[in-house]
Design a protein around this ligand. Structure first.
Ligand code: UD1
Ligand code: MG
Length: 482
């Protein structure tokens, strides 16, 4: 942007009393990002030279969060929450002398888009007013500052608590987003009064003060009022979350994603989807999840920070920090924990849990199995009901299994242990020692049948009667097999 603002100041020091939370309001999240994170994301494309976040209530938590998500921004501390005007002054003081455009934003309006913000700043630059307000015409202005106009010109912003009945009926409201000429802003911030119902320094008083000094004030009406909605309690938090999700679902459907039920599909702001992805009902794609072309996810999945390959299928699964290869299949009822990696065409089936496990291309772990701390080669089959015994009570150890193995059901792989390429194992094998390539591993003694045991020891039971009906009773223990 040619006329980039000198600075963006985000007001985030308020308590958010109505959230009734130990967490500062601006750190509550929708769409996988904090409210403040959304505001920062909308402001970033303005490419302002400096961004200042004014912190106060819960400032350590907010500063810590900022260090993670936006280490380039500076924080200014507002010791006491004396109003939005006071907060802005604290931000401006950190900047020192300001010239050029200064954009001030409330930290609790997460739906504002970067495109609206950009048009707003362009409008300010074109009109040359000392202050431009982002306004919106809303169906219910309750609780918001009203834009008072005389003809086309803005003459004041009046807060709900200070409004006359006539002013309260105005439906054009202040969105809490402003562009100022820096020098004029600095000038009026020194003159804010506290003569209002809340006894606070209102930033909105800047309108009156600038007009008194013979400057002009303009307003840019937001194309959709939804974008400007703030968030003051948990009911509004849920409503903003739903609106954001609707917007994201519509965006992805326009990009060629099939979403069978947008009402029960939740997509975080940072998720990336390719075309011809299908999302079935009850699916939550969270964090930095990526889903590649033609993959199907759902129904009933929670997928956090995962990569799902092209054409893969993931059904009724909870997965975090996992990678699912091209054409692979997962679930139903699978649990993929961090650092699970399934190769191309592989399978993690029903009631299977994996953790820190690399499962090679075309390999299958189809049923009732735990794979923890393991490397499995390509085209290997792990029998049903197996456990990678990775924990000896003190240490975690690794199991390595080769390519093209056919391993039996109910196997225990007592790590650390290695199974060579092309090996087989029998059902119920406890693999404590390495298995060489091509070997068949078996463990446990031969099976013994104690003939007639039930009739002798459980006489009169249904089992004994069924056994008697099925065969001539055999009374002696079969000595040959014993
Ligand atoms: C404010 C506006 C109102 C507008 C509405 C839009 C004022 C006086 N009123 O009202 O015209 O319609 O936003 O949502 O500004 N803050 C601080 N320090 C403070 C007080 C507030 O940093 O001492 C921050 C808050 O964290 C918040 C923002 O300023 O991000 C606005 O404060 P809030 O109390 O939510 O103002 P509203 O009553 O919503
Ligand atoms: Mg507010």
């Amino acid at each position: 942007m040619s006329d980039a603002p000198t600075a963006v100041i985000i007001l985030a020091a308020g308590q958010g009393t109505r959230m009734k939370s130990a967490r500062p309001k601006v750190l509550h999240a929708i769409g996988g990002r904090s409210l403040l994170g959304h505001v920062l994301a909308a402001a970033r494309p303005l490419a302002a030279r400096e961004t200042v976040v004014v912190v106060g209530a819960g400032r350590e938590q907010v500063a810590e969060h900022l260090a993670q998500v936006a280490p380039d921004v500076r924080t200014a501390v507002q010791e006491e929450q004396l109003g939005s005007g006071h907060a802005t002054r604290v931000g401006v003081e950190l900047l020192g002398q300001v010239t050029g455009t200064v954009v001030v934003l409330n930290g609790d309006a997460p739906l504002l888009t970067d495109s609206t913000l950009r048009s707003f700043v362009e409008h300010h630059a074109e009109h040359g007013d000392a202050m431009t307000i982002l306004s919106a015409v809303v169906p219910d202005p309750t609780g918001l500052g009203r834009i008072v106009r005389s003809g086309e010109r803005v003459t004041a912003i009046v807060e709900q608590k200070d409004a006359t009945a006539e002013q309260a009926a105005i439906t054009e409201i202040n969105a809490g987003v402003y562009a100022f000429d820096g020098a004029h802003l600095q000038d009026v911030l020194a003159s804010l009064s506290r003569e209002n119902a809340q006894g606070e320094e209102y930033l909105t008083e800047a309108v009156t003060l600038l007009l008194e000094r013979g400057r002009t004030v303009g307003a840019y009406v937001a194309p959709s009022y939804e974008e400007t909605l703030g968030c003051n309690d948990r009911i509004e938090l849920a409503a903003r979350g739903r609106q954001l999700n609707d917007r994201l679902c519509r965006k992805w459907m326009r990009e060629g994603v099939t979403i069978v039920d947008p009402q029960t599909t939740w997509i975080d702001a940072d998720v990336e989807l390719a075309s011809d992805v299908t999302l079935l009902p009850g699916t939550h794609l969270a964090g930095a999840t990526k889903v590649d072309e033609g993959a199907t996810v759902g129904p009933d999945c929670t997928i956090i920070d995962c990569e799902i390959g092209a054409g893969a299928s993931v059904v009724r699964t909870h997965a975090e920090l996992a990678v699912v290869g091209t054409g692979a299949s997962v679930g139903p009822f699978a649990y993929l924990r961090p650092n699970s990696r399934l190769g191309e065409g592989g399978k993690i089936g029903t009631f299977v849990e994996t953790k820190n496990a690399a499962i090679g291309a075309q390999s299958k772990v189809p049923h009732l199995t735990y794979v923890g701390d393991a490397t499995i080669g390509v085209d290997t089959n792990i029998g049903a009901s197996s456990v990678f015994v990775n924990y000896d009570g003190v240490h975690k150890s690794h199991t390595t299994i080769g390519d093209h193995c056919r391993l039996g059901s109910d196997n225990m792989y007592v790590a650390p242990v290695t199974v060579g390429d092309g090996a087989y194992s029998g059902a119920g094998t406890v693999i404590r020692k390495d298995v060489p390539p091509g070997a068949l591993a078996v463990s446990g003694g031969p099976q013994r049948n104690l003939l007639g045991w039930v009739g002798e020891n459980r006489p009169g039971t249904a089992s004994a009667e069924a056994a008697a009906a099925a065969s001539e009773p055999v009374r002696d223990v079969d000595q040959k097999d014993a």
